[in-house]
Unconditional design. Sequence first.
Length: 530
Amino acid sequence: MKLRITTALFLAATSLSAPVTAEVSGPYLAARQASINADYTEAVRYYSRAVVQDPSNVALLQNAIIANLGAGDVETAARIGNTYKDAGGDNPIVTLVRNIAALKAGDFGPAAEGSTPGDGLGALIDGLLSGWAHMGLGNMADVNATFSRVAETADFAALAHYHQALALAQVGDFEAADEILSGERHGSLSLSVRGVEAHAQVLVQLDRPDDALALLDAALIGGFSPELEALRDRIAGDQAVVYTFATTPQEGAAEVLFTTAVILQGRAAPQDVLVYSRLANFLRPDHAQSAILSAELLDDLGQYNLAQAAFAQVPSSHPTFFFAELGRANALNTAGREDTAIEVLQALSRAYPDRPRVHAALGDYLGRQDRDAEAIIAYTKSLALSGDDDRMAWRTYYARGIVHERLDDFAAMEADFRKALELQPNQPDVLNYLGYSLVEQRSKLDEALAMIETAVAERPESGYITDSLAWVYYRLGRYEEAVAPMEKAVQLLPVDPIINDHLGDVYWKVGRFREAEFQWKRALSFDPEE
């Protein structure tokens, strides 16, 4: 489903400046800075203090609402939203939060009103949520009328028809739902992965498992999806498949919010997208995709503790659990909890012993902690599972080769790098690493030069690869030829101590002694490792 945004986006997640008294200025400034940094935990703490001291300041209240949304506390955000409204505040995001909280509690009246005018994203969200609120009120005629009214705006039609199909499936009218999802009634909807999952479940209810399998197979040609793979396996294995995609009005509304987040991703700031993914997850705590999206957004914002907590919301029974745990391990590692990240991956490798990716990831994390012998074991397990012809396994051969080099096992390093190049010819990182290593060993210098020249041609703006080209000229005694690429390498990476040191060596060999001493001193000024 495609949507062209025709007017301003329905967003207001940016922290506002607020006039405050001297007593409030301290916590307000701390909260505002935390909001700018997307540090929602700290922002909540300081805005809570500020609001206690100035409870009628609508700007403070709005900022506190956004901070609580970022932190994942929608109930508190909605409670502050009520205070905000009583204080005279008026903001579409705050209204949305209050409506969603009411809808979660079974109060469908506020969302059913659907009063946002226009053809922008706000009107679309409002209209779709109104349809699901009418579902909660139990009037299917109003549900169909609402979705049909939303579909009158051309850019909204596909999403409106999609949600109407979900509503029909929810009340057991799978024939009508299939007519819409298959494109027979309104034309093709260009279903997303979520839409394909819903349609396949509908087809099974109509006793058409073969059609469901054909639909899933066609979708999986375009890329891997754990949800679709799991559903396909269940259908192919003659397991019972009931319709679970959206079985309550709240679950339907959660799908509206998740779809909004997906639409906005890449078009709006991560802070803004996060509002919708958090609201979707609030309405439907088992919505793994919205939890993962929230986690990924938080990771992008540098909020690693909140990110790993969001990843942890995905239950082990869900098909995406494997990927959520990989994400959680990454967030833990980035937050400085390296040992915990490794423990997560070790547990994951026991739960999924046949997945090459988890063993490769474990090898990466062990290698970063200089647990090289353990890393070799993990990489070797991954490669044994991948098979000799898996072209994507080049990364694991490359990673294992790097560890072999750290262990001074140069023969094993070279074998791994050459296997990586067999699977991924002309891969510049591998060519550069192998070529540079051969240069340092004073081995096969002509071949090393050819490798690095190819790597430079593949990636000419890489300072490290350009440095390698200059260094092989240096090792071959071709000092004058080394000058130009080494100077370019320093331009590309001006504060790298090794490259500056190399430039000093090259200058010395061509008789530019004063410049050489300057480069060596410059290299030392960057506080290099011993």
